[in-house]
Design a protein around this ligand. Structure first.
Ligand SMILES: Cc1ncc(COP(=O)(O)O)c(C=O)c1O
Length: 247
């Protein structure tokens, strides 16, 4: 579908037959082809069950490769997750923390970004705010001030767009500051991925996560998490399973 051709786009979104729909930033209309693909997988499951498994695994690898191209990342750096919160919880839990460390989070922000870092309280980690300015803007200066106020800050987590005002965050500039200060950098990109280009190398983030149900036009229940190869050696594996190991 061409993003520049509204006729093609409308043909994919059955809901516009009945509604004028303006709530894309909450949940996108599900494209026809997405619904058809899901129906095909369920039919395959019904008809083949276990013998279908290798086909699905190939589909997952293809999805990771495509997500990698979208983000300028390697397919191996992409994890399929169920939503933004699940990906952010995964990276928050996997990173190494010492009691007394702090995580700085854009504030106010959507709970899916804030709570995974607040939950680190159980490991003795403080979650401190990076205050948004007028119009919900998150400036590099605000991040700088928050870092100066919190000498034990180990990580900065921000959303790419303020979900109430729509203010766009300068992800590249904040990434440069994080590198200069030697702190980890995590981005919640659900409010922009699919709508504007994202290059994780240019952004310089350690992790970036987005549920698919907004600008990526996915059904709810699918999302992606990028984790930079550079941080892999420091990560613990919080969840084990038969696909979480390599021979
Ligand atoms: C900044 C931000 N993060 C996350 C979400 C959604 O979180 P999840 O994918 O965990 O449902 C939203 C939805 O409005 C949001 O605005």
């Amino acid at each position: 579908v061409s993003p520049y051709d509204p006729t093609q786009f409308r043909a994919e979104a059955t809901l516009v037959e009945e509604w004028v729909y303006l709530d894309h930033a909450a949940m996108s209309p599900l494209p026809r082809r997405r619904r058809a693909a899901a129906a095909e997988i369920l039919a395959h499951h019904a008809q083949r069950a276990a013998p279908a498994f290798p086909v699905w695994l190939e589909m997952v690898e293809e999805a990771r490769a495509r997500a990698g191209r979208l983000l300028n990342a390697d397919a191996a750096e992409v994890v399929m997750v169920t939503n933004t919160a699940s990906g952010l919880n995964l990276i928050a839990d996997a990173l190494p923390w010492n009691p007394g460390d702090a995580a700085l989070v854009s504030t106010p922000d959507f709970p899916s970004l804030v709570y995974p870092f607040e939950a680190l309280r159980r490991r003795g980690v403080r979650c401190a705010p990076i205050a948004r300015g007028p119009g919900g803007r998150l400036t590099v200066d605000a991040v700088d001030r928050a870092l100066r106020a919190e000498p034990r800050a180990r990580l900065v987590a921000v959303s790419s767009v303020d979900y109430t005002s729509g203010a766009l965050t300068d992800l590249v500039a904040i990434g440069a500051l994080c590198r200069e200060r030697g702190v980890r950098y995590v981005v919640d990109a659900i409010q922009s991925l699919g709508a504007v280009p994202h290059d994780v190398r240019a952004i310089g983030c350690d992790a970036l996560c987005a549920g698919g149900h907004k600008w990526l036009l996915s059904a709810a229940g699918a999302g992606l998490l990028f984790v930079s190869r550079e941080v892999w050696p420091q990560l613990a594996q919080p969840n084990g399973g038969w696909k979480s190991v390599v021979d």
